[in-house]
Design a protein around this ligand. Structure first.
Ligand SMILES: Cc1cc2nc3c(=O)[nH]c(=O)nc-3n(C[C@H](O)[C@H](O)[C@H](O)COP(=O)(O)OP(=O)(O)OC[C@H]3O[C@@H](n4cnc5c(N)ncnc54)[C@H](O)[C@@H]3O)c2cc1C
Ligand SMILES: NC(=O)c1ccc[n+]([C@@H]2O[C@H](COP(=O)([O-])OP(=O)(O)OC[C@H]3O[C@@H](n4cnc5c(N)ncnc54)[C@H](OP(=O)(O)O)[C@@H]3O)[C@@H](O)[C@H]2O)c1
Length: 277
């Protein structure tokens, strides 16, 4: 291209990003995990624990040049009252979205469809005394939201987060968040000592080990925390992990006499996939 044509050629129209949300913070936790915050659209209302569709524009089609949004479901990891929206994400090296999303920087824009939905909400379970949050991997994201939700501590006497990852570094996001909740002046007033944290690893040495499922079946978690086993009269559960985990833990909860509920029919526990295998 000559200088002459560059001056006379009309600039190509850059399409404005639909539902754009500006990135305000990015933290990389491991080579597979990162979290980021975006400005919250003023009109977005959601219940802590819900998910939205977020994404980026895909690459231009080689022939038509048309770009399509590449959207995926993401739990909102921040609580409903927060001014910003936080997300906690996997980095799948050949994943259509996260191979790109992992490179976002402060000031970039993502696409955020402001239609929150989901079953991991307090409305979908019956009142009770103890609320269990069972998570593997990035399945902690909806609980990062719920752990900072005042209503959770108003409704339950005890809130127990069981989070299992393969390696210690993958627990760090949750560990730091719990530490922050317990030390922050405002959040500790919301939590009032009710939050109990039970992190475990399965493939790297750690002071507490084992799958969530195994620690429930063996009763180890009840012994370690010095509490009674799960009882349908008092205990409620929320589950978020891979498909096999969700299936296995549902069997265990059913065995304890708990029933799966939904927004339309609250019962003793609710389940959501952390990702589609
Ligand atoms: C209801 C719901 C909520 C979700 N919330 C989150 C969230 O908060 N954070 C998040 O990182 N992802 C979440 N996901 C998964 C997310 O939608 C995408 O699958 C993920 O961002 C990867 O996108 P991708 O296009 O790069 O790869 P995809 O083509 O979507 O996935 C490729 C493969 O990567 C693996 N994979 C995908 N997501 C994960 C994950 N989270 N952890 C481990 N392995 C995974 C699976 O084997 C999958 O088949 C959620 C999914 C659902 C259904
Ligand atoms: N995490 C990594 O270091 C790593 C690295 C490269 C690629 N990957 C790939 O990324 C994908 C997701 O890996 P991930 O580690 O994020 O998630 P994941 O495979 O769902 O494992 C997360 C945690 O959940 C446990 N778990 C898995 N299935 C379970 C079940 N049915 N019941 C109870 N607990 C269960 C795992 O224990 P177990 O360890 O006992 O399975 C692990 O501690 C996988 O396809 C994996 O091959 C992971």
């Amino acid at each position: 291209m000559t200088e002459q044509t560059a001056v006379t050629e009309k600039p190509k129209a850059v399409p404005a990003l639909p539902n754009a949300a500006k990135v305000t913070e990015v933290t990389h936790w491991t080579d597979r995990l990162f979290s980021f915050k975006v400005e919250r659209p003023q009109t977005l209302r959601f219940r802590s624990g819900e998910f939205v569709m977020i994404g980026l524009m895909g690459d231009a089609h080689p022939e038509t040049g048309v770009q399509k949004p590449l959207m995926r479901a993401y739990s909102i990891a921040s609580p409903s009252w927060d001014e910003e929206l936080e997300f906690y994400s996997i980095k799948v090296q050949d994943g259509p979205l996260t191979s790109k999303l992992q490179h976002i920087k402060v000031g970039d824009e993502i696409i955020l469809r402001p239609k929150p939905v989901g079953t991991l909400v307090t409305d979908a379970i019956l009142p009770g005394k103890r609320l269990w949050m069972f998570a593997t991997g990035t399945g902690i994201a909806p609980f990062a939201s719920l752990m900072r939700e005042p209503e959770v501590y108003e409704k339950y006497d005890e809130v127990i987060l069981m989070h299992t990852c393969r390696e210690v570094g993958e627990l760090e996001y949750g560990r730091k968040l719990v530490e922050h909740i317990k030390s922050d002046e405002m959040l500790s007033e919301i939590e009032v000592g009710k939050l109990r944290y039970y992190p475990t690893t399965t493939r790297e040495e750690f002071h507490q080990m084992g799958r969530v499922t195994d620690n429930l079946i063996s009763g180890k978690v009840f012994e370690d925390l010095g509490i009674d086993p799960i009882n349908p009269e008092t205990d409620r559960g929320m589950v978020c992990g891979n498909l096999a985990f969700n299936k296995d833990i549902m069997e265990i909860l059913d065995g304890f006499g708990l029933r799966e509920g939904a927004n339309s029919e609250p019962k003793e526990y609710v389940v959501e996939k952390a990702f589609v295998d």
